[in-house]
Design a protein around this ligand. Structure first.
Ligand code: CDP
Length: 238
């Protein structure tokens, strides 16, 4: 597969897609920092809609109500205001819900909520507006296929289910959660199944994406690999 990088110019829009816990967040943040680009993790937006729906007592199965909510919710990402392991603050209607959107009940319901066409339309609209400014690394499931089909560079980050579950287990452990490895494995498998088989914007590899399997790579190695795809490779970090 071929990257769609314009010859002689840095890619201004970089799409990174892939399954749950595939390392997009870490890699995307590192890459964006190295380039001085904005990193938008679109998973946050679907998580925010899901958390807010649950918080308002809506049934996640209530598609019309959840869609209305998605059309009016205000989601913002700001630099980290606390030193508690967060990479940034996630604000929902101006309130800090950075950790709430990672709760197990959000993990359980986010793929259902993300399968609704109206929810996807509302989120895609916001994502395209942000990307129009350029100099962006956007992370998700459908960025290269639907949100930014003309992205300058498309990456699909893959890893085996076991490696992904182990990484997520270690992350959860650091935050003191008591969830087991087996529970994480089951939850990731279920989410991948729903995300890949849904009717609207399913998780799939864009035709012109470069697939990178991260099983045996550190995040820094993945970033180097991505940068090596650029027409004029950046100089290595001193
Ligand atoms: O961080 P993790 O890999 O666990 O997932 P995430 O990127 O935070 O995404 C959470 C969920 O949002 C996914 O399982 C998808 O159901 C949904 N999602 C989506 O449908 N489309 C996107 N562009 C991003 C996330």
């Amino acid at each position: 597969m071929q990257a769609n990088v314009t010859s002689g110019a840095l890619p201004l829009t970089i799409a990174i897609d892939g399954p749950a816990a595939g390392g997009k967040t870490t890699v995307g943040a590192m890459l964006a920092k190295r380039l001085g680009y904005l990193c938008l993790d679109t998973g946050i937006m679907y998580r925010a809609v899901t958390w807010q729906a649950l918080n308002e007592g809506l049934a996640p199965e209530d598609e019309p109500a959840v869609t209305l909510l998605a059309e009016s919710i205000e989601i913002d990402v700001k630099p980290a205001s606390k030193d508690d392991g967060r990479a940034f603050d996630v604000l929902i209607d101006s309130e800090d819900h950075t950790w709430d959107i990672r709760l197990p009940e959000v993990n359980q319901n986010v793929s259902l909520v993300s399968s609704y066409l109206g929810v996807r339309r509302a989120m895609t609209l916001q994502q395209r507006k942000i990307a129009a400014r350029g100099r962006i690394v956007m992370l998700g499931r459908d960025i290269g296929t639907v949100v930014l089909p003309d992205a300058d560079l498309k990456i699909y980050l893959d890893a085996s289910l076991e490696v992904r579950a182990r990484r997520r287990f270690e992350e959860e452990n650091q935050h003191g959660t008591t969830i087991t490895y087996a529970e994480i494995l089951t939850s990731l498998r279920r989410r991948d199944e729903i995300d890949s088989s849904r009717q609207h914007a399913p998780l799939k590899i864009a035709e012109d994406a470069v697939v990178i399997n991260t099983d045996a790579l550190t995040a820094a190695q993945v970033v180097d690999k991505i940068i090596s795809l650029f027409p004029h490779p950046l100089s290595p970090i001193p």
